[in-house]
Each structure stands twice: as structure tokens, then as C-alpha cells.
Design a protein around this ligand. Sequence first.
Ligand SMILES: C=C1C[C@]23C[C@@]1(O)CC[C@H]2[C@@]12CCC[C@@](C)(C(=O)O1)[C@H]2[C@@H]3C(=O)O
Ligand code: AKG
Ligand code: FE2
Length: 357
Amino acid sequence: MHTKPYTMINQKHLDLNSMKELPESHAWLSLDELPSYSSSTPDQVPVINLKDPNAMELVGHACKTWGVFQVTNHGVPTNLLEQMEAAGRKLFALPMQQKLKAARSPNGVSGYGVARISAFFPKLMWSEGFTIVGSAYEHARKLWPNRYNRFCCVIEEYKEEMNKLAQKLMFLMLGSLGVTMEDVKWATTQRSCPALQLNSYPACPDPDRAMGLAAHTDSTLLTILHQNNTSGLQAHKEGTGWVTVPPIPGALVINVGDLLHILSNGLYPSVLHRAMVNRTQHRLSVAYLYGPPSNVQISPLSKLTDQVHPPLYRSVTWSEYLGTKAKHFNKALSSVRLCAPLNGFADTNDHNGVRVG
Ligand SMILES: C=C1C[C@]23C[C@@]1(O)CC[C@H]2[C@@]12CCC[C@@](C)(C(=O)O1)[C@H]2[C@@H]3C(=O)O
Ligand SMILES: O=C(O)CCC(=O)C(=O)O
Ligand SMILES: [Fe+2]
């Protein structure tokens, strides 16, 4: 019987795990499109113990200065993080043909596939992803016809714990701005429809020319990221450049997303981040993308605006913003901006200039 060589299932779904060389389709010309500044004191992403009596103040400061921080003592059981990681590992270890049974449809949100931001770049990324919005059941059944139950249970439990942590973080982030949960009633009264994004970055034969996940901001209020023990996540800080967010066992990474940027009227800028790959280790990450209920209008909080600080953004719903992001990618935030910044320069987060590939 004639069997086709397995690596190329279709143009976009190369089996990266079996590649001995970097194919041209994945060879990026330049990975460093944004400047890095040398500094004698290395700048490090803050690590915050959520049981610290000053946690609110520390969170506020981290949101203002970095837009990213790590949290410890967050209340999510370590064994659940381990189970989630194991579930992701099991999923990505399936044969490509099996994974493609749960492929994300061209206009769909959930399922297996390449990074959806690939459409904005001339080169492909060294990663594969699996997105879950709502129930994982339909896709899990296609992946494991007789044994999908365990996977679905872990996902549900993980989402439940992440939702609790997201609420806690919202309380701290808004509290540090002097805003109460009363001022944002939807945050406690209506449930949001978060997304879970599992990312797999196989070991790469030529990591200096490959990109795991290109620089982007998340469209969320906040994102909670669990990374395995392999580094790769980098955050961009104005005046510093790209900084690695090192894996700390048991800690979770928190990103400020575009909707919190809008809600805070730019006081908490969303963080530009990317994932790099390495030669020897397989990296795995799980992102919980948390936003408001999809049809709630999000605009700069009135407590944060006055005549001197006018609202900088028009109101948008999360679902509208996701559409804008899908169309304009890193220009989405400036596309909903009302007034030009006072300094006459682009929005701090207007990363239109990011050129890659
Ligand atoms: C809710 C969502 C946010 C997201 C688009 C999505 O519908 C589901 C996946 C999310 C993700 C994860 C990787 C980075 C990102 C930019 C992407 O392409 O898909 C985000 C999207 C986002 O935050 O806009
Ligand atoms: O893998 C990572 O560290 C980053 C993942 C990420 O940015 C995302 O899923 O939005
Ligand atoms: Fe992200």
C-alpha cells in the first residue's frame, strides 16, 4: 500500500514534532522588530504574593508599569495545574490526522489549528494551538471517541478555578484605581464567556530564526497564563525592550488585556508579548482569556475621567472588539481611540510598526 510521507498534511499543518530542519515557510527574517535598550540593572517582571497585605497596591503598580506580573498564593490547586498540563500534553501528542479531526473551522473559534494571527504574517509560527470556548465536549469526542470524559472534566474544573482567580484579580486591579465592584456591576452579576487556549511549542531545529507566537496583545480584560517549566514567554516594556517571563513552579502569569486598557482609560496599558522557542525542549502553555459578558459595553470608567482626563476610547463590546482584532490585529486598540494622545505620538500600545518575517 502506498503511504504518503506524513510530515505535510496540508500546507498549514506541518507536523513540527518530526521536522529535522526549519522549512522556509517557518524561517523568519527578523525576530527583533522592536528596540531593546541595554541597562545595567536588569528589569524583572514583578512577582506578587496574593496573600501579601499590600497585594492591591502591588498589583496596581505592576499593571501601570509592566502590564504583566506573576502571582503566587493564588488559590489554584497545584495538582489541577499539573492535570491541565498533562491533558494538554496528551492532546498535542496525538497523531496529526487525529488532531485534525478537531480542526478549527475557517470561521470558527474552537478547535485545533495554527495560531489564528498567522494571517497577518508572511511566515508561519512554530506552534500549534487548541482553543476551547464553551464546552470542550464536541471536540474532545472527536479526539478520543471513547475516553473524552477525563479531558472534559479537567477543562471544566480548570475554568471554574480560573474564573474565581479572575474575579479576585479584577477586584485588586480595579480596587487599586479606586474603583469598586459596584462601579462595574456586570463583573459580579453576569458571567463572561472566557476562552481557553492551549499552546504547544515543539523543540525547534533552528530556534534563532523561528517564532513560537508573534508579538500581540490579548483582547481580554486579563489573561491568566500557566507555562510549563520551559521559558519562552517574553513581554515588551517601554524603555527596556523584550524581557523573559521566567517560569516559576506554581506561579501564574497575568497579562493586562486591551479591554482593561480601555476600561482604565489607558492607565493600565495592555502588554505586548510573544513566545520564543528553543532547540531541545517542548514548551506548553495554557491561557485563560477572561473578558466581560460578550454584549456589555466597555468604555473608560467615569470615575477615571474628567475634563482634564477625557475618555480616550469609544465604547465597545467584547464580541465587537474581537471582530475588530480579527480584522486589524495590533491596530485594533488605536482603531477605537477617540482622541490623539497629548504628546502627539501614537498610542503606547499602537504596535502598527511591528514588522516581522
Ligand atoms: C477570546 C479570544 C481571544 C483570542 C481570540 C479568541 O476568540 C480565542 C483565542 C484568543 C487568542 C489566543 C492567542 C492570541 C490571540 C491574539 C489569538 O490569536 O487567539 C488571542 C485572541 C485575542 O485575545 O484577541
Ligand atoms: O505561550 C505563551 O507563553 C504565550 C501564549 C499567549 O500569549 C496566548 O495564548 O495568548
Ligand atoms: Fe497572548
